[in-house]
Write a new protein. Structure first.
Length: 307
């Protein structure tokens, strides 16, 4: 199965990584290999380790880079990036790329259950393992569902949507994407139904919960930072505010120097900046890219360099 995915902010990301032709790099969310392919073009004797948890992506990457001796394909979750590399004898790298969130392939493959546009089993698992979206929707108590939809979807109608889910599943299990989309639609005001698809935020929230995306991001960022050698760069592309907030906060904490109160005459904390921020503000797609790839509209790229 072909894993098609248009890489967003491609030129800005490759430029920001400042690739050393002889260095070791990691694409922690390699997907269809769009970003990976460009990194490999920059390498001579260097290596690129392509990580992905999706079996479809692994098949595509293996086939795409089978003749490239600089590429190593690894099946796994980028949350475990440090362990995955150390198991293969890699303890320092020159750069890490993380392109966070759901891929175009996952959205466009209806049977994966990510999309509210076509009917399919309610799945949403990036790894194709573990509890599905249907498992969560049909088992979580009202308060937990409401919290997930409100926190992860930033959906102000979370209480009524969660209530509608609980009431519906008491009659029969909720099994498909369109069933869930219709429940959401029936439990938001009429005006919301005219402003884009009313299920978008709820589907985002459930997907994040199914894949523990924010927890994975936190752990993956820490692992990537530990792996970076001096001068190594970390580039992260996010697609919604929850992810970007985590990346911004994490990079800012690494970049922070002395934390002593301002009235202290000398520093006693000894805290030194651990990274240099390459991007003070997130890099976003230009109009040309947005015309070619509308899904890049919400993409934000942040880059830091380890000191």
């Amino acid at each position: 199965m072909e894993f098609s995915h248009i890489p967003v902010l491609l030129n800005q990301t490759i430029e920001g990584l400042n690739v050393n032709p002889n260095g070791i790099y990691v694409d922690g969310t390699a997907g269809g290999g769009g970003h990976s392919s460009e990194i490999l073009k920059c390498l001579t004797s260097g290596r690129l380790i392509c990580i992905d948890q999706d079996p479809d992506a692994i098949c595509t990457l293996t086939e795409r880079f089978k003749k490239n001796e600089n590429a190593l394909i690894v099946k796994g979750n980028f949350a475990d990036i440090k362990e995955l590399l150390e198991q293969r004898g890699v303890f320092r790298v020159d750069g890490v790329l993380l392109d966070i969130g759901v891929s175009s392939h996952q959205l466009d493959t209806s049977e994966r259950g990510f999309s509210f546009h076509e009917d399919a089993p309610l799945d949403m698992r990036m790894s194709q393992k573990g509890a599905t979206a249907a498992d969560l929707i049909n088992s979580l108590p009202y308060d937990e569902l409401k919290k997930i939809i409100y926190d992860y979807g930033e959906e102000k109608y979370a209480p009524s949507i969660a209530k509608g889910i609980v009431e519906s599943r008491q009659k029969k299990p909720i099994e498909t994407t369109l069933e869930l989309a219709e429940i959401v639609k029936s439990n938001v005001p009429q005006k919301v139904r005219r402003d884009g698809h009313p299920a978008r935020k709820t589907f985002q929230a459930i997907r994040i919960a199914v894949n523990d995306e924010l927890g994975v991001l936190e752990k993956g960022l820490d692992g990537a930072f530990e792996l970076l050698g001096s001068g190594g760069r970390l580039a992260v592309i996010t697609f919604h505010s929850l992810e970007d907030r985590i990346v911004k906060r994490k990079m800012a904490s690494w970049a922070q120097g002395c934390t002593c109160p301002k009235d202290f005459p000398v520093c006693v904390c000894g805290n030194k900046p651990k990274v240099r921020l390459i991007t003070r503000k997130p890099v976003c797609a230009n109009e040309t890219e947005l015309t070619e790839n509308p899904r890049a509209r919400s993409a934000k790229l942040r880059i830091c360099e380890k000191i």
